[in-house]
Structures are given as C-alpha cells and as structure tokens.
Design a protein around this ligand. Structure first.
Ligand SMILES: [Zn+2]
Length: 238
C-alpha cells in the first residue's frame, strides 16, 4: 500500500487539535530546602545549579548534569507532547494507548515522594471516601451496581499500589537516615495488603470488611509516614 502523506505541510494553520498548544505550561520544580517553586527550565537559563529562592546548590557536585538534563527534559517534553498531540489528532482509526507512557512516568523515583507523598495520599484516600459516601447507603458495598463496584475496586487497588510504593520509599529513607525501629514502612505495607484484599472482596461479591474503617487506617499509615519524613530529615552530608 502507498504510504499516506498528509497533504501539505504542517504550518499549524489547520484545525488539527494541538495546533493551539504553542505555549505549554512549564514543568515546575521545588527546592526542598526553602520550598521555593520555579520552572525547571530556569535552571537551564541560570546554569549555576542554585535554587532561585535560597541560592543553595540544588545538587552539590552535580551541577553540569542538573543543568543539562533540565534543558533536555523541557526540550524533549515539548517535542514529545507535540508529537503525541498531532498523532492523536489525526483523522482515521489509530488510537494511541498511553498505559506504558504513564507507567514509565510512574516508575520514576520522584524526589518529592518522601516528603509530599503522605499528604498526597491523604487526598487520594479522601477521594475514595467521597466515592464511598456517594454510594447508596441502603445497599451493602458488595451489592452496588457492577460499574460502581468496579470503580471502587479500581480506586482501592490504586491506593494499595501507592502504599506499596510508599513502603519502598520509607525503607530507602530509613536506611538513608539510619533509623532502625521505624514502623511506618510496615504499616504502609500492611495497609497496602489490606486495601488489595478489600478491592478483591468488592468485586468477588464477597464480604468487604468495613471499607470506611480501612480508609481511616490508611490515613493513619500515611500520617506515620509523614512523621517519619519530618522527624528524620534527609540531609546532604556529602
Ligand atoms: Zn531553595
């Protein structure tokens, strides 16, 4: 078959979706010393590797790489997003499945996790709680409609996955700061496993135990994680 070529050039003048995306928002970054937020691309402009807020070195000894990759990330992201938008906007029968892209992003050990993940998890827990409260209170969780049950199951499973990752983060953090008797990691893993069980119970029409109660324990596990992160700040000693 002939390779189809789009008629004329891509001067952006067509009504293709994405043609209005000339100014994507910048990726933001945060300094964990002073909490200042700034566009990541700023590092490629100043090139000194210092926080625009407190002027501390953001990654002592690694300024060259920091600047180079900050530049790469912004340039490549814009090209990447533009390419995806254009492809997704093409007429025809092609659908891009984003799962792998999202998983790749998910697997990046974002620095912010240990400090902000617990708070972010509390927000997630609240969303699941809201969904739960939106269900018909006269009907047991296990007897909701299939759609509702599926959704709740997906929520609980996603929450469980995030607690697994939180457990890994806490272990790494515990090792980095040299604390021995911390229990936050175990708590995170336990609640991860219990949330997964609840998720299965919802869909199996079994007997989910009290999901609301489980969410409260999830809050407690997130709080324990937050405490560990706050009580034992990770300092740059090298
Ligand atoms: Zn700073």
């Amino acid at each position: 078959m002939n390779v189809a070529k789009p008629e004329t050039g891509d001067d952006g003048g067509s009504s293709q979706p994405g043609s209005g995306s000339s100014n994507p928002r910048p990726i933001m970054a945060r300094c964990l010393s002073c909490a200042a937020q700034f566009p990541l691309g700023k590092l490629a402009e100043t090139r000194d590797g210092r926080c625009p807020g407190c002027r501390q070195h953001l990654s002592p000894g690694w300024t060259t790489l920091l600047v180079e990759e900050a530049e790469n990330i912004e340039t490549l992201r814009q090209a990447f997003v533009r390419a995806l938008r254009r492809m997704a906007g093409l007429p025809g029968t092609l659908e891009i499945l984003p799962d792998v892209i999202l998983e790749d992003l998910d697997a990046i050990p974002w620095q912010r996790n240990i400090l902000t993940e617990p708070t972010s998890l509390v927000d997630e827990i609240q969303k699941v709680r809201d969904r739960l409260e939106g269900l018909d209170p006269a009907i047991a969780v296990s007897d909701q409609t299939v759609d509702e049950a599926n959704q709740l199951r997906a929520d609980l499973q996603a929450l469980s996955n995030r607690f697994i990752r939180l457990g890994q983060l806490l272990d790494a953090h515990q090792e980095a700061v040299g604390i021995r008797d911390a229990t936050a990691g175990q708590k995170a893993r336990r609640i991860a496993s219990e949330l997964a069980q609840e998720a299965d119970a919802v869909i199996d029409r079994g007997r989910p135990r009290d999901v609301a109660n489980r969410l409260e324990q999830a809050d407690e596990a997130a709080e324990a994680a937050r405490q560990q992160a706050v009580m034992h700040p990770q300092t740059e000693t090298d």
